[in-house]
Design a protein. Structure first.
Length: 228
C-alpha cells in the first residue's frame, strides 16, 4: 500500500519507518528539514514543506495514495488546518492523530476514517500495568467491549484450558492462546517469542509465559482479574 505521513515527529517517524520496513511505499512530509533528513534513506519519498500552506500541500500526490496520515500532534492549529485542506482536496482516506479529548472532538466533526489516540492508548496500558501488575494489551471495540491480551498469572499455571471457564463464569470469550518459546539469535543471545497455538485441546495445560487473548466487556475482565 501507499501512504503519505504528514508530520515526522516521534510518532510520525516511527510510523513511517515501520510501514516502510513492512514493504509499504511511504511518502513523508514535514516542515523540519532535519526530521525529513533523518528518514531520507528509510522511506520512498520525502518533502520538506509547510503542509498548512495550501499551495505547498498540493505538491503531494494526495489522491494517488491509499491513506493520508496526519501525524501532527502538538500543534493543534496546524493539525486541524491540514485536515481541513485534505478534506477540501477530496482526500477519501484520512487518519489523524489526536492528543486530547478537545482535539479528538474537533477531528470528529470532519468525519475522518480514523482518529488515532496514541497518548491515550499508552496511558491506558500504563494503568493496566499499575493496576493489575501485568503487561496487558487492549483493543477497544467500543466503550464497553475490548479484546485483551495478557500474560497468564502464575496462579493459573498448571490449569487445563477448560478449567478456566472464562465464558461461563466471567462472560469472556477465549480467542487464542500464545505459547512462549525461547530462541537464540545470530549472536547466541536468548530471546522469547510467542506463537499462537491453533490446536487447543481442552486438557491442554497452561504453561509459564503463556499469553491469553480474550474478548468481552471490560468490567467482566476486571471481575475475572479480581477473582485471581
Amino acid at each position: 500500500m501507499k501512504y503519505i505521513i504528514i508530520g515526522l515527529g516521534n510518532y510520525g517517524h516511527v510510523l513511517a519507518e515501520e510501514l516502510s520496513a513492512l514493504g509499504h511505499e511511504v511518502i513523508g512530509a514535514d516542515i523540519s528539514a532535519s526530521r525529513v533528513e533523518s528518514l531520507k534513506e528509510k522511506i520512498a519519498t520525502d518533502f520538506v514543506i509547510d503542509a498548512t500552506d495550501e499551495q505547498a500541500l498540493s505538491a503531494l500526490p494526495l489522491n494517488s495514495v491509499d491513506v493520508v496520515v496526519v501525524a501532527i500532534g502538538e500543534n493543534f492549529g496546524a493539525s486541524i488546518r491540514v485536515v481541513a485542506l485534505l478534506k477540501q482536496n477530496n482526500v477519501k482516506h484520512i487518519y489523524a492523530r489526536a492528543i486530547d479529548r478537545v482535539h479528538h472532538s474537533v477531528l470528529e466533526a470532519f468525519q475522518l476514517e480514523r482518529i488515532l489516540t496514541p497518548e491515550e492508548d499508552a496511558a491506558r496500558g500504563l494503568v493496566h500495568l499499575l493496576k493489575y501488575g501485568a503487561d496487558i494489551e487492549t483493543f477497544r471495540v467500543d466503550s464497553n467491549y475490548y479484546v485483551m491480551k495478557f500474560s497468564v498469572p502464575e496462579r493459573l499455571v498448571g490449569y487445563n484450558v477448560n478449567e478456566l471457564k472464562l465464558d461461563q463464569e466471567f462472560g469472556l470469550k477465549l480467542l487464542a492462546l500464545k505459547r512462549a518459546k525461547t530462541l537464540k539469535n545470530g549472536l547466541g543471545i536468548s530471546f522469547t517469542e510467542h506463537d499462537v497455538v491453533n490446536e487447543l485441546p481442552d486438557n491442554d495445560q497452561i504453561q509459564t509465559g503463556d499469553q491469553l487473548v480474550c474478548y468481552g466487556r471490560y468490567r467482566d475482565f476486571q471481575k475475572f482479574w479480581k477473582a485471581l
